[in-house]
Design a protein around this ligand. Structure first.
Ligand code: DAH
Length: 337
């Protein structure tokens, strides 16, 4: 084989090729033209390339470059043609029955919602009903009626989000205690879930908005033993019957005595069981009962407040609360039930 014969073969391919490509009427014709021209095993270009080794060594470089130019041009024309054919195809053809179906998209409840529902279900069995209150509250319901002294630090601007024209965003769900007692005569047993707001930075353990669940039981003869028994029952139902619980003395203006309740929890961080605070609680302060119009000589009560996000974190071993706000379905989808 001489260089001239090689050139002639290239030349005929570069004149036949474009005509054949232009004539392809559909995708099938296009595929067979492509196979015939540049197909790897039996295409015309491949057979020309196969003769390269038989050329005199000093002509191979020029021959190779020529063949490559032809190849690049044919491939460019093939690409253009394929795009043109796809654009011209009737749309019915674009529906490909052989494509696998997309998986159906199943929504799921947010882990904090799951936890709130579970907590509510446990207390519902004990006769508690759900009570709701406004997120935009007055200073009186949020602080004064809950026995906060007028100079309490929680009321300061750097902790509480005040609204223009008076009022504030409630900093806890405890005002629902007062609203409920004003509306219903004891015996009262309510659970009040809802969002609360604080002037906090958004970090691994704080967010300016978060959910709380308030609980309140008011009746004749209620004492601290009722509180302990009920909350321990709750912890055993929620975390498991073998979990240990403990109450530590604490302080809240609206309860006396006040306590924090801890549960032994495995946070899944390899450190095993350890004490985690799950709520504040106490016997309702007589001043709160009286302020809400309840006879505090006749009635007593107990109350608690917990953060379901914290509880979700302790339940599912989530170290950073921000993932609960991120709306990342890869994370949230894990809780689909
Ligand atoms: N309101 C408290 C807070 O936001 C939580 C709380 C503690 C609520 C003790 C209660 C209670 O009802 O008795 O930190």
């Amino acid at each position: 084989m001489s260089l001239d014969e090689f050139k002639a073969a290239c030349h005929s391919l570069s004149t036949d090729g474009p005509a054949l490509i232009a004539a392809a009427a559909d995708q099938d014709a296009w595929a067979s033209v492509r196979n015939m021209l540049v197909g790897r095993t039996s295409g015309r270009l491949s057979s020309i390339m196969a003769t390269l080794a038989k050329l005199p060594p000093d002509t191979r470089r020029e021959a190779g470059q020529l063949a490559n130019t032809v190849k690049v041009e044919l491939e460019r024309l093939l690409d253009e043609k394929q795009i043109a054919l796809a654009a011209a195809a009737p749309s019915a053809v674009a529906f490909d029955r052989s494509m696998p179906a997309r998986a159906t998209w199943r929504g799921s409840l947010h882990p904090v919602t799951i936890v709130i529902d579970e907590i509510a279900a446990i207390f519902r069995e004990l006769g508690f009903t759900i009570a709701l209150g406004p997120e935009a509250e007055s200073e009186w319901y949020n602080f004064t009626a809950l026995n906060f002294p007028a100079d309490h630090p929680a009321m300061e601007l750097h902790d509480t989000l005040y609204l223009e024209g008076g009022g504030l965003l409630r900093t806890h769900t405890s005002p629902v205690q007062v609203r409920t007692l004003q509306k219903y005569a004891p015996p009262v047993r309510i659970l009040a879930p809802g969002n609360v707001y604080r002037r906090d930075f958004f970090d691994a353990t704080h967010s300016p908005m978060f959910a709380q669940i308030e609980g309140l039981a008011v009746d004749e003869g209620i004492n601290f033993a009722d509180l302990k028994a009920t909350l321990t029952h709750f912890a055993h139902r929620f975390y498991g019957a073998t979990r240990r619980t403990r109450f530590r003395p604490s302080f809240f203006p609206f309860t006396e005595p006040s306590a924090e309740m801890d549960v032994e929890v495995d946070l899944g961080d390899g450190r095993g069981l350890r004490w985690v605070e799950i709520m504040g609680c106490g016997l309702v302060h007589p001043a709160v009962l009286t302020g809400a119009g309840v006879d505090s000589e006749r009635y007593t009560g107990w109350a608690f407040g917990m953060g379901p996000a914290r509880i979700a974190q302790s339940r599912y071993g989530i170290p950073d609360c921000r993932v609960l706000f991120d709306s990342d379905v890869r994370f949230l989808g894990q809780f689909a039930v």
